[in-house]
Structure formats: structure tokens, C-alpha cells
Design a protein around this ligand. Structure first.
Ligand SMILES: [Zn+2]
Length: 141
């Protein structure tokens, strides 16, 4: 289990529990992560603070078998493939390069790479608009 502190467009802060980071992204992209106060679907992570669930009784909503889940997985796989084939790989320099792009110190371009949690937190604080690159496990059919 992963915990995110979430915040909506109206500054309501609330807690979200997800199976993993990918499950959050799935639900967020489909607009089904909603603010419990105002029902807004314009929701974002207040800070990246994943932590492991301390009790075994906490529950999350899950589903399986809907055709759209397969479509979403295919779409995310396609997105990942597209990013990996078209964007520049910058390795450990992701945070540095993302910041340069965000602050328009260099021309905008697609990049991907790795960052530490500390660097990710820094990027969020600086308002840099980036997203996790989905890791899609191969489907077993
Ligand atoms: Zn709200």
C-alpha cells in the first residue's frame, strides 16, 4: 500500500491510499480520484510521501476484468514506448534538466530519466510539471 497526501484545486487536503504508485496514476488519469469535500477531480499530490500502511485492515477500492482496464494498460504501454523512443534520456540528470526546461533556460523538449525521492520533492516544490513514467508489467494471458 502507498499513501499520498492529496490536494484539490480548492486547497482541500486529504489522504489517498493506493495499491501502488501506478494504481494512483491509473485512477488519477481517469479522473476517479475525487476530493471528499467538494468532489473536484482536479486533484494532485500535495507532496510525494509514500509510506507503507501500518494496519492490515485498511481497505482500497479495486476492480478487475473490465475491458477498459486492458485498454488503459495498452494506452500506457504505448505512451511509455513513445516517450522512450522520442524523448532524450538524461539519466541521473533528470531533476537538473527538468528544472532548466521548466524555467525556460533551454528550449522545451521531451526528456526522461531518473531522480531520487529528494529531487522529486524539490521538483514538486518548484512547481515543475512532470509525471512518473509508467512501468507496465507484461500482461500474462
Ligand atoms: Zn476540494
Amino acid at each position: 500500500m502507498i499513501h499520498y497526501s492529496l490536494i484539490c484545486e480548492n486547497d482541500h487536503k486529504f489522504d489517498g491510499w493506493f495499491r501502488n504508485a501506478e494504481a494512483y496514476e491509473h485512477q488519477h488519469e481517469r479522473g476517479i480520484v475525487t476530493c471528499p469535500v467538494c468532489s473536484s477531480t482536479k486533484v494532485d499530490k500535495a507532496l510525494m510521501a509514500p509510506s507503507v500502511s501500518r494496519t492490515k485492515s485498511e481497505k482500497v477500492s479495486l476492480s478487475i476484468g473490465h475491458p477498459e482496464q486492458r485498454e488503459l494498460r495498452a494506452a500506457m504501454q504505448a505512451l511509455r514506448d513513445k516517450v522512450v523512443s522520442e524523448a532524450d534520456y538524461v539519466g541521473d540528470k533528470f531533476a537538473e534538466e527538468a528544472r532548466k526546461i521548466h524555467f525556460k533556460e533551454v528550449d522545451a523538449r521531451g526528456i526522461y530519466g531518473e531522480a531520487t525521492r529528494e529531487e522529486v520533492t524539490g521538483l514538486i516544490e518548484d512547481g515543475v510539471d512532470f509525471m512518473p513514467l509508467p512501468h507496465i508489467p507484461k500482461e500474462h494471458n
